[in-house]
Design a protein around this ligand. Structure first.
Ligand code: SF4
Length: 76
């Protein structure tokens, strides 16, 4: 099981995560990234079964505001 955490206050609205992993990320009306299926807030999180493209999105986010946890341990 994976947990994705997005620190929206750090987001620079570059759009990389949306391009890399549109299944999970989208830029919304306030201009910042949002994890699809989560509640919009300063810090968003969601649990998912397979990390898939989320790992690529976390690696390529220029400000490293996407964090990925696997079984409770931060891996990115
Ligand atoms: S890649 Fe990072 S900085 Fe760029 S839109 Fe996504 S969360 Fe924001």
């Amino acid at each position: 099981m994976y947990k994705i955490v997005l620190e929206r206050k750090m987001c620079t609205s570059c759009g990389t995560c949306e391009d890399t992993c549109p299944e999970f990320f989208e830029l919304v009306d306030d201009g910042f990234s949002h994890i699809k299926g989560s509640k919009i807030g300063d810090v968003e999180e969601i649990e998912i079964k397979d990390a898939d493209c989320v790992l690529d999105a976390a690696e390529t986010c220029p400000v490293m505001c996407i964090h990925v946890y696997e079984d409770g341990e931060e891996i990115l």
